[in-house]
Write a protein that binds this ligand. Structure first.
Ligand SMILES: C[C@](O)(CO)[C@H](O)COP(=O)(O)OP(=O)(O)OC[C@H]1O[C@@H](n2ccc(N)nc2=O)[C@H](O)[C@@H]1O
Ligand SMILES: Nc1ncnc2c1ncn2[C@@H]1O[C@H](COP(=O)(O)OP(=O)(O)OP(=O)(O)O)[C@@H](O)[C@H]1O
Length: 303
């Protein structure tokens, strides 16, 4: 068995493992549309305690297997964002060592939680570890941008404001731990369809919003809630048109006395509710699960 030069043996042999946390857009303001059709946005992004899990076995040939509840929807072929990210990286840096990836797909697919983007970012982190590259390596960054608009922010998985189409990243923000319930009504939505529903002409800019999109670095929970209360998710309206269950999920969360704020994440259909502590969030999840047993609901922390 050959051991690759930058590989640190782990208790599980030579398997390298990365978590791929769900991404949550705490706010999302669409500020315009570029001439090429991509939308410009400003979004405060945080990452959840729940997510997928990706492992890499460097002693096997390049490949991918997928297990878990989202395996069928995510697909295990060349279109999977894990392999897309690896190919984008290897095209920029021929000669890199790869291996066999295994994805445990726990997150709902096409859900506004950036699951595929987080998997792609986890694949790039595994490749970086295996080949001794930094996450700031130009090839890693370029591969992230080429794989998808949400991949750059998922690379280090730290809360921050993202702008442009997701390619401009503000420095990481020290956010207090937030306690959330994520609710997906199991209506997959294609991101492109939701953006299209905004009906914004290519090459137009919107009036800038004067509200700050992010709370101050290191501030407390109540300040975060105050900033978020003045923010919004501009994709909520078009997403609700495509999936009326979103309005139902938001109404259910807002009916819970301990829910401080409820909003949609990304392009939907997942919505999140914020609670004061983990017990309140657990009670919220139980109430949602009792009301809608077929929906996906998780209590988790965000940071
Ligand atoms: C809605 C967000 O999840 C917010 O974090 C992202 O902006 C979407 O990121 P993503 O899923 O990684 O998006 P991509 O896979 O790059 O793009 C899918 C499709 O969504 C549309 N799209 C995406 C991102 C963006 N800023 N403007 C767009 O108009 C485009 O039609 C694109 O073809
Ligand atoms: N590893 C993967 N996980 C999930 N979806 C994947 C993956 N690879 C490819 N896909 C495809 O990508 C599409 C988007 O899936 P994803 O779950 O990332 O959407 P999303 O959560 O709405 O993303 P975003 O919030 O970034 O818009 C799906 O149609 C799916 O078939």
């Amino acid at each position: 068995m050959t051991v690759q030069p930058h590989l640190r043996p782990t208790p599980a042999g030579h398997l390298l493992v990365e978590r791929a946390p769900a991404k949550v857009n705490l706010s999302l303001h669409v500020t315009g549309r570029r001439a090429d059709g991509y939308h410009l946005l400003e979004s405060l992004v945080a990452f959840a305690g729940c997510g997928d899990r990706l492992s890499l076995d460097p002693v096997r040939p390049l490949g991918l297997t997928v297990s878990g509840p989202g395996a069928e929807a995510a697909g295990g072929g060349q279109d999977n964002l894990v392999l897309r990210a690896v190919h984008h990286l290897m095209a920029r840096r021929p000669g890199l060592v790869a291996g066999h990836f295994h994805l445990d797909k726990r997150l709902p697919v096409a859900a506004g939680l950036g699951g595929g983007s987080s998997d792609a970012a986890a694949a790039l982190r595994l490749m970086a570890r295996l080949n001794g590259l930094g996450l700031d390596d130009p090839a890693i960054r370029a591969a992230a941008v080429a794989t998808g608009a949400d991949v750059p922010v998922c690379l280090d998985g730290r809360a921050r404001v993202m702008a442009g189409i997701g390619d401009l990243l503000a420095p990481p923000l020290g956010l207090p731990r937030l306690f959330a319930v994520l609710v997906n009504p199991r209506t997959p939505l294609a991101t492109a369809d939701v953006f299209r529903g905004l009906g914004l002409r290519a090459g137009t800019m919107r009036e800038p919003t004067l509200q700050p999109v992010a709370p101050a670095d290191g501030c407390g929970r109540s300040e975060v809630l105050a900033v978020l209360a003045k923010a919004r998710n501009d994709l909520e309206a078009p997403a609700r048109t495509l999936s009326p269950a979103i309005a139902e999920a938001l109404a259910l969360l807002r009916s819970l006395p301990e829910c401080r704020l409820a909003r949609m994440s990304g392009s939907g259909a997942t919505v999140f509710g914020l609670f004061d502590d983990c017990r309140a969030a657990a009670r919220g999840r139980r109430a949602i699960a009792a009301a809608r047993p077929a929906w996906w609901a998780r209590a988790t922390s965000l940071r």
